[in-house]
Design a protein around this ligand. Structure first.
Ligand SMILES: [Zn+2]
Length: 160
């Protein structure tokens, strides 16, 4: 049996749905957000049923994209391509070797493929350097009130 995943909202809460009675309960899960390892939680419903869930902090919805962008760190610019986009972050492939430290901060600028070709600028944290060319980055602020937020609303509504 696979353990169901639940997703974290922008309010850092998650909704637990009891598989026995269907009762829903939304709980604050903010203390688990920064955990690097997989977070598995046990939840006891008021009906008495106990079940486990995996807290999915990537919110499940991600999209393979091909957006040209520039990553800037310490005034150095690294042109490249955004290959993967989610509410929480991006994957960035640099065109040239980039020695960028994990857990360091940077800024990224890229252009969406929406009709307006909106330009997005974000502060990011380098979560993982997969290679000298490939970086897993997390948005510093995952509440997107700019065109990226609209992009998620209109272009991310259906899962692949
Ligand atoms: Zn229940």
């Amino acid at each position: 049996m696979t353990i169901p995943k639940i997703f974290v909202s922008s309010e850092l809460a998650a909704t637990f749905v009891c598989e026995a009675c269907g009762n829903c309960s939304t709980r604050d899960v903010s203390k688990f957000i920064r955990h690097k390892a997989k977070v598995q939680l046990k939840y006891k419903c008021k009906c008495g049923h106990i079940f486990s869930v995996i807290l999915e902090r990537r919110r499940g919805i991600r999209k393979e994209v091909n957006f040209k962008g520039v990553l800037t760190q310490n005034r150095k610019q690294f042109p490249g391509v955004i290959t993967d986009l989610s509410h929480n972050g991006i994957q960035f492939k640099t065109l040239e070797k980039a020695l960028i430290k994990e857990e360091s901060m940077a800024e990224v600028k890229f252009t969406l493929d929406n009709p307006n070709r909106s330009e997005v600028r974000k502060r990011i944290r380098i979560r993982k350097a997969f290679s000298e060319y490939s970086l897993g980055c997390e948005f510093e602020d995952t509440d997107h009130f700019d065109d990226l937020g609209k992009y998620f609303l209109f272009y991310f509504s259906q899962k692949k």
